[in-house]
Every structure is written in C-alpha cells, then in structure tokens.
Design a protein around this ligand. Structure first.
Ligand SMILES: Cc1ncc(COP(=O)(O)O)c(C=O)c1O
Length: 466
C-alpha cells in the first residue's frame, strides 16, 4: 500500500499542476538572458529596500544588491529590474545557477512537507543525502560516516569536537597561514585573520604554518621540507599536545592559494607520523574543482580522516572514518537541514556525478576556457595590469595593479556597472575572486564575462592614472 506521501506525489492532479507550474516559471525565466540596466520606475522603491536592509542590520550591503528572487543560469535579476552575471553566487552556494528548475523540481516534492528536518525524527531525505554524499568519497577513502549540519561553521565545530574527543588529551591544531574556517568563537581563532577576531579571546590552540607560495624560488618539495622542519620544532615544544592538521587544499577567503600535491603530502605524512588527525576543510572546494572532492584531484584520498563540506551541497556535513565516530552525546542539534535544501543537494550531487565533475566533465571544460581567456587578456593591452591569476575548476582569482583593497574595490564596482558581480579575497595582495555558477554556464557566457572583466580593467586603469 502506498504511503499518503506517495499517493500525493503519484496523483495525476499533483503531477499536472507541477508541470504547469514548472512551465510557467520556465517561460518567464527564459526572458532573463543577458545583463541589462535597472528599470526607471523601480529605482525609488529599490532604494527604500536597500535602505531598510542597511537600517535593520546596522550596516550597508557591500553592493546595492538585493535580488528580486528570479534568475536564469549565471544571471540574477535584482529588485530594480536590472540583470547581472552573478560570478560570486552567494560565496559559492548557487553553483548550479539561478532559477535552476532541475533543482526546483526536486525541491517541489518536499516543500509542502516539514520545513526543517532534525536528527530525532527525520524524513527520507535525511538518510538519502547522507548516503549520497558518502557515495562520492571514492574507494580509497576512509570516510565512512557522516553528520549533517546547517552551515559550514557548524560542520567545522563538529569536526574539531570529534577530533579532540578521539585525541584526548591533545587539543592543539596545526593549520596554515591565511586559512579561513568560519566565524564561531573557536573558528575565529583557527582562521588566520586578526581583523575577524577583534575583541575576541584566543586560547593559544592554533599554530599557523606557512602555506605554499607559487612565487617562491624554492620548489614545492623544498617548501614542504621547511614546513616539516617547523612542525618538528612545534612537536618538540609541545609534546603530545597536537590533535590535528587542518587545511583547505585551495584556500578560499585567504586568496585562492592552491597547494600542489608535492607540497601537502610530505606535511600530511609528518602529521600522521606524529599521530595527528588529518582534517580537510572542503567547504568551498567541494564539487567545484573538477572532481567532486579536491582531495581526489590531488590524489590524497586515503589520507583524510575528517572532511567538512557545505555551500553548494545546500547543507553542511562532516564526514569521518569509523575510528572517529564520536561517543553518544557529543554531537546533535535541532536542525539537520531544510527539506528543500536536502532535496536540492541530492539533485546537485546527481548533476556533479553525471555531467559536471570528472577529468572530462563540464567543470574542466570551463576551466580550460577560463585559462584561455586569461592568456588572451595577458597578451593584450590590459595584460600589464594583470599581475597573476589562478583557475582551479570553478575557483578563479586574479591580482590587478598593486593588489590594494582600494584598487580591488574600485575594479569590482566598475565590473558591477558593466553587468557582472565578483568579490575579493586575500589579505594583501587583495585579489578579485569569482565562484561562478559552472553548473549552469555556457562557454560563450564565460567568454562574455571575461570581455567585461577586461573592459573593467581598462576603465579602472584609466581612473587610477595620477
Ligand atoms: C573553507 C571554509 N570553511 C568554512 C567556512 C564557513 O562556512 P559557513 O559560512 O557556511 O559557516 C567557509 C565559508 O566561506 C569556507 O570557505
């Protein structure tokens, strides 16, 4: 006998209403197909919305940006009717593009159910999402268990708790300079940015090691050897006190700094030799770098004990090996995720598995287009303003001019006026950062984005001229 749920979604009336709804949305969203300026008649009302947001949250938005709710692929419609390329996608959340009806169709069959699911009495999406994420870790991986959370920071908090429980009485963490891990009291100490912890206590729990420097004269192996020497010193200074090594394989907020395998592997091996857990924060890299996991791109599968994800999964999660499965009582929480988020996350995983990730997948194709575009700009008249660039799948950053925050902001607002929204990362040099919706972009759209980027370089350079 079918459940009532199955009867609802299986009914003819439900299916035909659903198709009508999807068709109506599809038809309207198709009109969003290129950047355009604001509608005069919406401007005054939009200014009010912006002012109200700034009033209630106590500070202005970075951009004059409140979406209307509609979008199509890489395009987002703002409340003033303007349309822009969204190249930052909610800091990486909307990787599958705006108005993605595949995701919405998946969400639909759950949005009339309970809004949120918890760890006590979940619906089927809860187990399905956990099972699906685990199915992506690869045959060599030790990651066998998973716990859902509602954001990246909570996933990281759980990660450190289960590591510390396992490694008790060791509590200290080795991480890398310029790392970012989230905004909680513990994570502001782990994050290497003094501006993010003003007025907050630190407990001397984190040692920040130098990260890979692509501009150094030393090779990756030589840089790793220097880091290993520093680790040895720290182990000697604090015997038995270090519980784990934590890293982002491509540092996100810290500047899109990518670690090659030759750098990170000897460091991981030294950490393991000293009994540390290996914790890979993939909150920003998950699904984005060409493989489903960035550790797969670097061939580090068997080394990871604990991994954290969020953002494009539309949910947070911490994964761990059998031996890190915590004792009852350590982890729980009211929310495991919103039903629609879990359903969209499941659909996103399917898209990653079937078309986006893999050595010949769509992400790698777009990576090639982006690299070609940077080469084109570098060899053209604006090339002298581009100091360097990084492209790892759908993680793109470049340094312009002297790399000051002021210059990057000037550039970003120029780009905004030209119909594309980016953001910045790094702490000097400050870099232009993009997390484009590679899950829903054509080659042509990406090339058009780069044309706009190039024009914005030219116009900013003119303004910066003394
Ligand atoms: C690498 C990394 N870790 C942790 C976080 C924190 O995630 P959330 O903002 O969902 O708490 C982020 C967010 O940008 C991140 O990029």
């Amino acid at each position: 006998m079918p459940t009532v749920y199955d009867s609802v979604v299986g009914s003819k009336a439900y299916q035909s209403a659903k198709q009508q709804l999807l068709d109506a949305i599809r038809k309207e969203l198709a009109t969003i197909s290129m950047p355009k300026p604001a509608a005069e008649e919406l401007k005054a009302q939009y200014e009010k919305i912006l002012k109200d947001v700034a009033d209630v949250r106590g500070r202005d938005l970075f951009y004059k940006w409140v979406g209307s709710g509609a979008g199509n692929g890489p395009f987002i419609e703002l409340g003033d009717g303007s349309i822009k390329y969204d190249l930052i996608t909610g800091i990486g959340v909307n990787f599958f593009g705006h108005g993605n009806l595949e995701l919405f169709e998946a969400e639909l069959d759950g949005i009339w159910c309970d809004v949120h699911q918890g760890n006590l009495g979940p619906n089927p999406e809860y187990g399905a999402l956990m099972r699906e994420v685990l199915s992506t870790v690869g045959a060599k991986s030790k990651l066998k268990k998973i716990w859902l959370t509602t954001c990246g920071a909570t996933a990281n908090e759980i990660a450190i708790k289960i590591i510390r429980q396992k490694k008790f009485p060791a509590t200290k963490i080795m991480a890398f300079k310029d790392c970012f891990a989230g905004r909680t009291t513990f994570l502001q100490e782990l994050t290497d940015n003094a501006a993010y912890r003003q007025g907050q206590p630190t407990y001397g729990e984190v040692h920040h090691l130098p990260f890979f420097n692509p501009k150094s004269k030393s090779t990756a192996a030589e840089q790793a050897a220097a880091v290993v020497a520093q680790m040895k010193e720290e182990f000697h200074r604090h015997p038995g006190k270090f519980a784990c090594l934590e890293f982002e394989l491509v540092q996100g907020e810290g500047g899109f700094n990518a670690a090659p395998r030759e750098f990170i592997l000897p460091i991981i091996e030294e950490a393991k030799k000293n009994g540390l857990a290996i914790w890979d924060d993939e909150i920003q890299t998950f699904g984005r770098t060409g493989e489903i996991w960035c550790y797969q791109r670097l061939g580090l599968d068997e080394h990871i004990d604990v991994a954290t994800v969020a953002k494009l999964l539309q949910n947070g999660a911490v994964l761990y090996s059998e031996e890190y499965n915590p004792k009852p009582g350590l982890i729980s929480g009211t929310f495991a995720g919103a039903t629609s988020g879990m359903r969209a996350g499941l659909k996103g995983l399917e898209l990653l598995k079937t078309k986006l990730a893999s050595p010949n997948g769509r992400i790698r194709q777009l990576e090639k287009v982006a690299l070609g575009e940077f080469e084109r700009i570098k060899s053209g008249p604006q090339g002298r303003h581009v100091v360097d660039y990084t492209v790892v799948g759908g993680m793109i950053a470049f340094t312009l001019f002297d790399g000051t925050l002021d210059q990057v902001k000037k550039y970003l607002f120029k780009l905004w006026d030209l119909g594309a929204i980016g953001f910045y990362c790094g702490h000097g040099p400050y870099r232009v950062r993009m997390l484009p919706p590679f899950g829903a972009m054509t080659d042509e759209q990406l090339r058009d984005v780069f044309k706009r980027c190039e024009q914005a370089i030219e116009e900013t350079a003119k303004e910066l001229k003394p």
